[in-house]
Design a protein around this ligand. Structure first.
Ligand code: AP5
Length: 213
């Protein structure tokens, strides 16, 4: 099964993808995580992507599409995966649809997390991450047991550079102008399911699991 998670920055796509992949054993493919890993390792993709990501702009389509196709093809579990943050433009969606068709795979369901701007701003400015295991916290909604420290690794949490208020504003503008039209694209295919991303994470998960069941 192929699942796409769609929604604005901070809608909770990554949080739900981790919960779903743990429950279902599906591969979790987050373009943001893969790009950040490339930036960290200083790969060619990372060098090309860095400036776009820091400004809150989309990385050019062709770089992202090729990167995701290579990741899907090289994964051992290529039949069951969750795409988190990809596709992000209609061009990316059309390209990946065509490529997945060749592999006899198709996107089965798209969960759209409809989320208010005030929610996403609070979530992104309060998000903290573990540099070692990638665990995702929120200073108010999902705080670690000890302030600023990862529960699992005991190391200091950090804030993503693009979670500054100025860059969040840009990311939301990019979402409105370039990504939101995917709602119509997938609705027309009859595979879009809308949920409220404003709800508590456990409630969102409960709704996702019920639809999948
Ligand atoms: P990416 O990393 O994908 O960022 P994003 O889409 O902006 O999404 P986020 O990771 O910010 O939010 P999320 O929805 O996953 O929320 P999360 O679960 O973390 O992309 C970063 C950059 O990479 C882009 O700007 C672009 O440059 C580039 N890029 C990525 N994909 C690309 C593509 N396809 N094409 C081109 N460029 C691309 O939750 C946020 C916070 O809220 C956390 O602290 C969490 O603990 C908390 N939280 C989550 N859910 C809830 C809840 N229900 N209730 C309360 N708190 C919650």
């Amino acid at each position: 099964m192929r699942i796409v998670l769609l929604g604005p920055p901070g809608a909770g796509k990554g949080t739900q993808a981790v919960m779903l992949s743990e429950k279902l054993g599906f591969l979790h493919l987050s373009t943001g995580d893969i790009l950040r890993e490339n930036v960290k390792r200083g790969t060619d993709i990372g060098k090309k992507a860095k400036a776009f990501m820091e400004k809150g702009e989309l990385v050019p389509d062709d770089i992202v599409i090729q990167m995701m196709l290579d990741t899907i093809k090289s994964s051992g579990k290529k039949n069951d995966f969750i795409l988190d943050g990809f596709p992000r433009t209609v061009y990316q969606a059309k390209k990946i649809d065509a490529e997945l068709k060749k592999l006899k795979l198709a996107v089965d369901i798209v969960f759209y997390f409809k989320t208010s701007i005030s929610t996403v701003i609070k979530r992104l400015t309060g998000r903290r991450l573990c540099p070692k295991c990638g665990a995702n916290y929120h200073i108010v909604n999902m705080p670690p047991k000890k302030q600023g420290i990862c529960d699992k690794c005991g190391v200091e949490l950090y804030q993503r550079k693009d979670d500054s208020e100025e860059t969040i504003e840009k990311r939301l503008e990019v979402y409105e102008n370039q990504t939101k039209e995917l709602i119509d694209y997938y609705s027309a295919q009859g595979i879009l399911k809308e949920l409220s991303g404003d709800l508590d994470a456990k409630e969102v998960y409960k709704q996702l699991a019920a639809i999948l069941a």
